[in-house]
Design a binder for this molecule. Structure first.
Ligand SMILES: C[S@@+](CC[C@H](N)C(=O)[O-])C[C@H]1O[C@@H](n2cnc3c(N)ncnc32)[C@H](O)[C@@H]1O
Length: 282
């Protein structure tokens, strides 16, 4: 169990969903201004929509089982459960008990029709679950301190032919890392509780070992609205935060986000949408 990540989300989640980008939709991920997106709400749910398209492309004729690893407060699941045209049962897993309490409360109060359940667990030690048709991780893979174990667990939990979707930040191999870049990467890794910052090539090769073949690799970085007025204001306040003798979990996350912006703008990191298919013979 990664206690640091758990503490980070237990402490920050109430703030994340009250102020800032996540407050309107409760999605704890980035706004993506993809094709046909015309407002902030659509940008905040763009990744959910693309995952939903991947769910709809599955045709087993049976009720689907979908697993969200690192489910936040359940917002992506509620979005998909409301719109999915096939019968589907969603399960959300988060290491943060605070997030799971929020997700259960939102389910009961605002999304009672959604066919879903929420479990507090570490995704490296998944509880017994029925075989899944699709497993997705949105901005959660990066927190893994042992991605190999995570991928092995996912492989065990997926049906043959099932899909794995990972939307997250990956190191760009084409960029040389100078001293300035090292500082941005260090602040990002520390501030955001990053456990693994991999190149796409590495996850492709590791997943392959576990019978998961990469079939899609889309760079969503061009669709991120970077260095907005909100980001500039946060950057301004960080100047004063850095002078303080005390550290705050929330402001460390703002510092991590600020450094991530620099990494994305400088091409050190790409925000990618990856799809893998589990081989039939496994
Ligand atoms: C940036 S948030 C994304 C939340 C959600 N996917 C969304 O898009 O709203 C990262 C999520 O990963 C979860 N997480 C990180 N490490 C985890 C672990 N080892 N086991 C389970 N969940 C984990 C956090 O609790 C949090 O829910």
């Amino acid at each position: 169990m990664n206690k640091q990540v758990k503490k980070y989300y237990d402490l920050n989640t109430p703030i994340f969903i009250k102020i800032g980008r996540s407050s309107a939709s409760a999605n704890i991920h980035r706004a993506v201004w993809g094709e046909e997106v015309s407002n902030e709400e659509e940008a905040m749910t763009y990744v959910n929509k693309v995952i939903l398209d991947e769910i709809e492309a599955i045709s087993t004729g049976e009720p689907l089982k979908i697993l969200d690893l690192g489910c936040g407060v359940g917002a992506p699941i509620f979005y998909m459960a409301k719109r999915v045209r096939q019968e589907a049962k969603f399960t959300g897993v988060s290491i943060s008990g605070v997030q799971i309490d929020y997700a259960k409360k939102f389910h009961q109060r605002e999304h009672a029709d959604a066919n879903c359940e929420f479990i507090e667990a570490d995704f490296h030690e998944l509880p017994e679950l029925p075989p899944q048709d699709l497993i997705f991780l949105v901005e959660a893979f990066i927190h893994s301190h042992n991605p190999e174990k995570l991928l092995q667990g996912i492989q065990n939990c997926l049906k043959p032919g099932g899909k794995l979707i990972i939307c997250d930040d990956f190191l760009n191999p084409d960029n040389s890392i100078n001293e300035g870049s090292k500082k941005f990467l260090k602040d990002f890794i520390q501030g955001w509780q990053v456990g693994s910052l991999w190149q796409v090539q590495k996850i492709k090769a590791t997943a392959e070992k576990y019978g998961l073949t990469m079939t899609k690799n889309t760079d969503l970085t061009p669709y991120l609205n970077l260095w907005t007025l909100r980001d500039k204001i946060a950057h301004f306040f960080l100047y004063f935060y850095k002078l303080l003798p005390v550290k705050s979990t929330y402001w460390e996350s703002i510092l991590g986000g600020d450094s991530l912006q620099k990494c994305l703008i400088n091409g050190l990191i790409n925000y990618r949408f990856l799809v893998f298919i589990k081989n039939q013979e496994r």
